[in-house]
Design a protein around this ligand. Structure first.
Ligand SMILES: *Cc1c(COP(=O)(O)O)cnc(C)c1O
Length: 461
């Protein structure tokens, strides 16, 4: 029988404690003397200014992209929309601790309570609002497995914007439920490559049965936005303003850890493009940068697409069509197509420039993990805590479990905090394959990465 002792498992903030500003880590990086590298134009390879980005993004987001102000106010309509699901809960994983028989205290911040089931609405709502405010009528975007597409479709419904989603062909065919959710929110969804754009038509002419890829879908959405006056482009990760919007997660978690009366020793999140990682950890990394704390911070990524642990830090294209701005980041090369692991949100060749910069300066750690071990940890977590994690989130769980087991070995009372970035209710086919023993691990494809890295853009020094 479970002990009857009244232990606190859930830390809930009142709505007034939704942060009033996002935290911009660029401010503390500047104070620490750490330089960010500017994005470059994909044609000229020269640094781009706000005007170059104007066809794609509204000016308010472009200014956030380059801002070095520490606190950036969250507009009231965005805070009001956040109230649909924020503040999100922080849990102490007592039951998982018991199963692991660890002296470690494990906490997790749960972003699966959002309408779309992940952290992604935190930026989707902000992006939709700022676009609407500047008179934009329509947003174009890409989606892989559908999580970002459903977040933006929801945000479009909230702020009254049309949303067009280019969904990677393989997911469009295999994962119809996310598409149905997007359409229910009112978005229009097309399989990518599509006949809607020049780039899509070109890919289809060469490869009529193309399965598509995130890189191709980004190129299509960028072309759509760049060629229509009423339309802008929205990206769900990687960019500085996306990292910024996600910091509501960490700012709430700081308050909730204080409620719990503990400080984390180690903070963990999975990293695909880096946004849920940045969201939870940047406010804490800010404390480190200001010399107020010394948290260990770990990014968990898949062994099949390990940009932070195995990629190079270089300027690279973000998309296959080479239309989007070039950014300096950890990359496996823009031609690299990761194996079809079940954590679709982690299948990206690059990484957020801000997260990459922190890694380059040893301000964070990174660890790559295999998918079967992640599902092992995810199922263990589900059976202990009840929540079915998204396959992406299981990467963070795996690293948190490893840290807890290490604490047990050393008899250490360690406090662990991780981000449970979303639920896995749309990913049950992946769980079925796991339960059937049909999941496989993919070794790091060193040769294919080397090939892909050979075509990094030649950027003038
Ligand atoms: C999209 C997604 C991720 C990966 O994206 P990041 O930008 O790295 O956070 C992780 N978890 C979930 C649940 C997602 O939907």
């Amino acid at each position: 029988m479970a002990s009857a002792a009244p232990r606190r498992t859930k830390f809930i903030l009142d709505e007034e404690r939704i942060p009033r500003s996002w935290y911009n880590i660029a401010a503390d990086l500047a104070l620490a003397g750490i330089q960010m590298s500017p994005p470059l134009h994909p044609g000229t390879m020269q640094p781009i200014g706000p005007a170059d980005l104007a066809p794609l993004f509204p000016m308010s987001l472009i200014l956030q992209e380059v801002s070095t102000d520490r606190d950036i106010e969250i507009p009231d309509p965005v805070r009001d929309a956040y109230q649909l699901y924020r503040p999100s809960p922080l849990y102490r994983a007592h039951r998982l601790e018991r199963v692991l028989d660890t002296p470690a205290h494990i906490y997790y911040k749960y972003e699966g309570v959002s309408p779309a089931g992940s952290h992604k609405p935190n930026t989707a709502l902000a992006q939709a609002f700022f676009n609407k405010q500047e008179g934009v009528k329509r947003l174009a975007t890409e989606t892989g497995a559908g999580q970002w597409g459903s977040a933006l479709a929801f945000a479009g419904a909230v702020f009254g914007l049309e949303v067009k989603v280019y969904m990677v062909r393989a997911s469009y065919d295999q994962k119809p439920y996310r598409r149905m959710l997007m359409e229910t929110y009112g978005a229009s969804v097309v399989a990518s490559p599509s006949m809607t754009t020049n780039y899509g038509r070109r890919v289809l002419a060469e490869t009529p049965d193309s399965n598509g890829s995130l890189g191709i879908a980004i190129s299509e959405a960028v072309e759509d936005a760049a060629t229509r006056d009423d339309t802008k482009y929205a990206l769900g990760s990687v960019l500085n303003h996306v990292m910024l919007h996600q910091t509501v997660i960490g700012l709430e978690a700081q308050q909730q850890m204080a409620m719990a009366g503990e400080r984390p020793d180690v903070i963990i999140a999975c990293a695909g493009g880096g946004s849920n990682f940045a969201g939870l950890t940047f406010p804490f990394v800010g404390e480190n940068l200001r010399g107020e704390a010394s948290y260990r911070v770990i990014a968990a990524e898949p062994e099949a697409a390990p940009s932070l642990t195995r990629g190079v830090y270089a300027y690279d294209f973000g998309d296959t069509g080479k239309m989007a701005p070039i950014v300096k980041m950890h990359t496996l090369g823009s031609d690299f197509m990761p194996e079809p692991i079940h954590a679709g949100g982690l299948r990206y060749h690059g990484m957020s420039p801000l997260v990459s910069l922190l890694k380059e300066h040893d301000l964070i750690e990174a660890r790559s993990v295999h998918q079967v071990a992640c599902f092992d940890a995810g199922v263990q977590f589900a059976r202990a805590e009840g929540i079915l994690p998204a396959p992406e989130s299981t990467h963070a769980i795996k690293v948190a479990v490893d840290e807890a087991l290490e604490a047990k070995e050393r008899g250490e009372a360690k406090v662990i905090l991780f981000n449970l970035s979303g639920h896995g209710h749309f990913d049950l086919v992946s769980y079925e394959r796991y339960l059937q023993g049909a999941l496989e691990d993919y070794e790091y494809p060193a040769e294919r990465v080397a090939e892909s890295l050979a075509s990094l853009p030649k950027v003038p020094a």
